[in-house]
Design a protein around this ligand. Structure first.
Ligand SMILES: NC(=O)c1ccc[n+]([C@@H]2O[C@H](COP(=O)([O-])OP(=O)(O)OC[C@H]3O[C@@H](n4cnc5c(N)ncnc54)[C@H](OP(=O)(O)O)[C@@H]3O)[C@@H](O)[C@H]2O)c1
Length: 337
């Protein structure tokens, strides 16, 4: 099997959706000593795939993915082979993973420490739709924000994939949730997910509304995945000595921030965390995955699959995500292992 060829979506240069090319002659990868070879059943389609394709990680020290490569950094499937140093997984195991590239393909070699076992009752489609954003929301809420019942937070892009999960988890933990989105139906979705208040961005006008609703105190923590368009408003919406978590930059990176602005806004803390630093060993990965899969199984978390695709239609989904036309999670369906 190792010499066999497979279908995969690859890039040989950075650029628009058109550089993501479907090839049928990509060699099936061989697992290294610390890897497992997985027959991919489903892959998640994420904004991070768009960023990878655009070359945003070309100089990253956290994410070593570089063109040429196979796209896709989230998937689920069956373990076919294990590397010589892998002791906690075996052929036949059902696993899901993220932040390991190569998932838009029939087979992927995945670092074993990033592959979490999937419990009975969770299908490959649900696992591939949940692993990346679920683990992200889990570490942001529990490890970075460390909010408690009775605290307050603002979740930007609350109808986005991570936004929806953050809103549900925070609401369930007894945290008052303020939400933003770009359209009334997206606000409605955030309210359905458990947000207590929801506002259109209105430029940075959301900050004034948050201040009004909190009697000028501001929220304890802001989860900001939008970046350039919202970050200063986020600072204005945060209480004195509160925390702004800039975990994404879908509107562009903030490149002109003077630390003095954090002082002026009320001695704020600002952090730019990365999932990779919160998924460093197999036990942590499995713990986060168990929390997400457990919540899906007991019905306290919903991660709907908004659209299902094949390798042939990935380019269109990328264009849709970039054009702000995608609401919720898209997946690619491959083998039904
Ligand atoms: N730091 C980390 O550890 C980490 C981990 C995972 C992902 N991320 C990042 O988190 C971000 C969100 O990920 P996601 O999976 O939730 O994405 P998603 O499902 O595609 O949602 C993105 C949301 O951003 C909003 N948005 C605001 N301005 C936008 C713009 N100019 N273009 C496109 N969308 C815009 C959209 O909602 P509205 O139209 O309502 O504004 C959209 O729903 C991405 O940047 C991703 O790379 C970071």
């Amino acid at each position: 099997m190792a010499e066999a060829a497979m279908k995969a979506i690859t890039i040989s240069e950075y650029g628009g959706p058109e550089v993501a090319v479907l090839r049928e002659d990509v060699p099936v990868p061989r697992p290294g000593p610390d890897e497992v070879l997985v027959q991919v059943a489903c892959a998640g389609i994420n904004f991070m795939d768009v960023h990878t394709r655009q070359g945003k990680y070309r100089d990253s020290r956290t994410y070593l993915v570089r063109a040429p490569c196979t796209l896709g950094m989230e998937g689920a499937g069956q373990v076919m082979e294990v590397g010589s140093a892998v002791t906690h997984l075996e052929p036949g195991d059902r696993v899901a993973w993220c932040i390991a590239w190569g998932a838009y393909a029939e087979y992927a070699a995945v670092p074993a420490r990033l592959a979490a076992r999937i419990p009975d009752g969770i299908g490959y489609d649900q696992a591939a739709a949940s692993m990346f954003q679920g683990c992200t929301a889990h570490y942001l809420l529990n490890d970075v924000a460390q909010l408690r019942s009775g605290d307050t937070c603002l979740v930007h892009a609350a109808s986005g994939s991570i936004g929806q999960i953050l809103v549900q988890m925070a609401h369930r933990a007894g945290i008052t949730v303020f939400a933003t989105a770009s359209a009334p139906q997206r606000l409605e979705l955030a309210l359905q997910r458990g947000a207590d208040h929801a506002f259109l961005y209105d430029g940075e006008g959301f900050a004034r509304k948050v201040r009004e609703a909190t009697r000028d105190r501001g929220v304890d923590v802001v989860f900001d995945s939008v970046g350039k368009a919202t970050l200063r408003g986020s600072m204005n919406a945060t209480r004195v000595k509160g925390l702004v978590i800039n975990y994404g930059n879908v509107s562009g990176s903030v490149r002109d921030l003077d630390p003095m602005e954090l002082g002026e806004a009320g001695s704020l803390l600002l952090t730019r965390p990365r999932l990779a630093d919160h998924m460093r060993d197999a036990a942590t990965v499995q713990r986060r995955a168990d929390a997400i899969f457990g919540a899906l199984l007991d019905g306290t978390l919903e991660i709907p699959i908004a659209s299902r695709h094949t390798l042939e239609t990935v380019q269109q989904v990328h264009a849709q995500i970039e054009g702000r036309g995608q609401v919720g999670k898209a997946i690619v369906e491959l083998a039904r292992a």
